[in-house]
Design a protein around this ligand. Structure first.
Ligand SMILES: Nc1ncnc2c1ncn2[C@@H]1O[C@H](COP(=O)(O)OP(=O)(O)O)[C@@H](O)[C@H]1O
Ligand SMILES: [Mg+2]
Length: 236
């Protein structure tokens, strides 16, 4: 397959009369980590939700591995290989850690799901220790790990991460980014939304900046880190 794994063109999303995204273009190549930056309310979550087919789009197109997602619903998007670790984690609080992981594999029809639970427990030892506890009893950082591990259970070709470090203590932020680096290393393709622009760009190949629903800047991560506009707005 030539061309980008994800190809978003001229995307427009409205909530009622309000335009949350307008004329948005974005590509992600297989194997890349791409950072999506922007202030609160810029439309980052909306863009991830459009890609994973949770919100309807009003104009433009999204192609994933050449497939037009225009008529594709959220379950089919997961089956095609798009996994979404949502803002706020959204784990099932009363279900066990293990059951939350199994839930991430619900579209799969192969026999390797149990083996992949073990893979998740190897990658996230804290989750293994708490396998049979309700997810709601985990700390914020552990719930974030569970949300990422659950997304990986679908064996995605594209992982959408929405604010994985939000609200976490510095030590856990480092752990989450170490996991992102490890996933990158192993070839997982990631679109990463982050408040922590500096850490996100340090871990990304390229970046985009959304401002009030429009893409205002894009480039290699190293160039964005050095860009005066990015420094002033997002890197303090
Ligand atoms: N379900 C919704 N209904 C109406 N407006 C929404 C909804 N979700 C988000 N918005 C609005 O769309 C804009 C973009 O929001 P969002 O995508 O959550 O931004 P970000 O993730 O960058 O903070 C904001 O103005 C927000 O208030
Ligand atoms: Mg958001």
């Amino acid at each position: 397959m030539s061309g980008p794994l994800l190809d978003v063109r001229n995307l427009c999303v409205r909530y009622g009369g309000i335009c949350a995204l307008e004329g948005v273009d974005l590509t992600v190549e297989a194997g890349e980590v791409v950072a999506l930056l922007g202030a609160n309310g810029a439309g980052k979550t909306t863009l991830l939700r459009a890609i994973s087919r949770i919100v309807e789009t009003d104009d433009g197109s999204i192609h994933f591995d050449g497939t037009d997602l225009g008529r594709v619903g959220a379950p089919k998007a997961v089956a095609l290989g798009i996994a979404h670790s949502p803002e706020g984690r959204r784990v099932l609080a009363r279900q066990s850690v293990r059951d939350n992981l199994l839930l991430g594999a619900w579209t799969r029809r192969d026999n390797d799901v149990a083996a992949d639970v073990d893979v998740a427990f190897t990658r996230f030892p804290r989750l293994k220790e708490r396998a049979d506890q309700p997810a709601g009893s985990l700390s914020g950082g552990e719930q974030q790990m569970l949300a990422i591990a659950r997304a990986l259970m679908s064996r995605p070709r594209l992982l959408l991460l929405d604010e994985p470090s939000l609200g976490l203590a510095p030590k856990l932020v480092r752990e989450i980014f170490a996991i992102i680096a490890e996933l990158h290393e192993s070839g997982v393709t990631i679109l990463l939304v982050e408040q922590n622009a500096s850490l996100a760009l340090q871990h990304a190949d390229r970046g985009y900046v959304l401002d009030a629903g429009r893409m205002t800047l894009t480039g290699p991560a190293a160039e964005l880190i050095a860009d005066e506009r990015v420094r002033q707005a997002y890197l303090g």
